[in-house]
Design a protein around this ligand. Structure first.
Ligand SMILES: Cc1cc2nc3c(=O)[nH]c(=O)nc-3n(C[C@H](O)[C@H](O)[C@H](O)COP(=O)(O)OP(=O)(O)OC[C@H]3O[C@@H](n4cnc5c(N)ncnc54)[C@H](O)[C@@H]3O)c2cc1C
Length: 291
């Protein structure tokens, strides 16, 4: 996801559709999964239009919070597929039209009872400011799920997942989905570029995966404005870094997923006129995915 080049049109049409059809179909949507023993999925096909209370807030650094929302029942699951986002709605004071923005949950998609979002605050940002103002007990409307790339387990031996800043959320969701599926043996390398050391998120989760999946999971952090004492790599995500830390396509069938600020995505993925770093490294266009 080029974080500021978001699919606004999709969001806008989903919003309109969700608001109109949501109230009408929300009950129908939920009954689709009414298998007596299966946990209820909050996000089935079509609009969800659920209002979920904020359970807790964790301040992760100066501009990012992890917001935990409670699902309607403690046994419910989100029911989202890899890789999905959820479309959130809010009504700023004095405004008739809602603000609609997608966020990618970082809790496990099969985790019962909760849905966690990791939200970066932009000082002039409408929805991120609203989300950062929420207190436990406040409610947020989730209009619908937005599907992303349909991941097929074991479709390749290895994936390289490249994140820049807040773009870590879909990258984490994909890594988490692969590693928590016992039938999926895909090896995962994450390359995570951030501005400062304190912008590295989900480090405990990555540490746990590195211990548990020594032979097939690795995360490489690179910091463009590092602390003096940093032990992490310094600089941006470059061709040389990728050559060094991630298996190249010549070593076997692989895929690469990229999610970060527009400038980073343009450097890596390129444009119609210009090859990006990934193509220079030998990736075919059909092996390169953005969110
Ligand atoms: C599929 C998808 C999943 C997403 N998942 C997440 C997620 O998990 N966590 C998360 O924090 N965000 C995520 N986003 C981004 C999120 O949807 C919003 O775009 C973001 O929170 C900014 O919205 P806003 O209403 O606060 O800002 P807006 O009101 O839209 O923007 C106002 C101003 O804020 C600044 N701004 C806004 N966005 C950016 C940006 N990306 N980079 C730099 N400056 C910016 C600009 O100055 C802009 O003019 C996702 C986007 C997509 C498309």
């Amino acid at each position: 996801m080029a974080l500021s080049l978001r699919p606004r049109a999709i969001v806008a049409s989903l919003t309109a559709g969700s608001i109109g059809a949501g109230l009408l179909f929300s009950r129908l949507g939920r009954d689709v999964d009414a298998d007596a023993n299966a946990p209820k999925k909050v996000f089935s096909r079509g609009p969800a239009f659920v209002s979920l209370p904020l359970e807790s807030v964790e301040q992760l650094n100066h501009d990012t919070k992890r917001l935990r929302f409670s699902l309607p029942n403690s046994t419910d699951v989100s029911g989202l597929s890899l890789t999905s986002a959820v479309l959130t709605l809010s009504w700023p004071q004095g405004q008739w039209t809602p603000v609609a923005r997608p966020y990618t949950p970082v809790s496990r998609l099969d985790e019962p009872g909760v849905l966690d979002l990791m939200v970066k605050h932009y000082p002039d940002g409408k929805q991120s400011t609203h989300l950062h103002s929420l207190k436990p007990g406040d409610k947020l409307i989730f209009a619908a799920a937005i599907g992303g790339h349909q991941w097929v387990p074991n479709s390749v031996h290895h994936v390289t997942l490249i994140a820049g800043g807040a773009g870590i959320t879909p990258i984490f969701q994909l890594a988490q989905g692969i590693l928590s599926n016992p039938d999926d043996k895909t090896a995962v390398t994450i390359v995570y570029g951030v501005n400062t050391n304190e912008d590295c998120h989900l480090t405990k989760e990555f540490e746990k995966y590195e211990k548990e999946f020594r032979d097939r999971f690795k995360v490489v952090y690179t910091v463009s404005r590092p602390d003096a004492k940093t032990t992490l790599r310094k600089g941006r995500v470059t061709k040389e870094l990728l050559e060094e830390v991630a298996p190249l396509p010549s070593n076997g069938e692989t895929k690469v997923f990229v999610c970060g600020p527009p400038e980073m995505e343009a450097n890596l993925v390129g444009s119609r006129k210009e090859q990006g770093i990934l193509e220079q490294l030998g990736y075919r266009k059909d092996q390169i995915h953005t969110f």
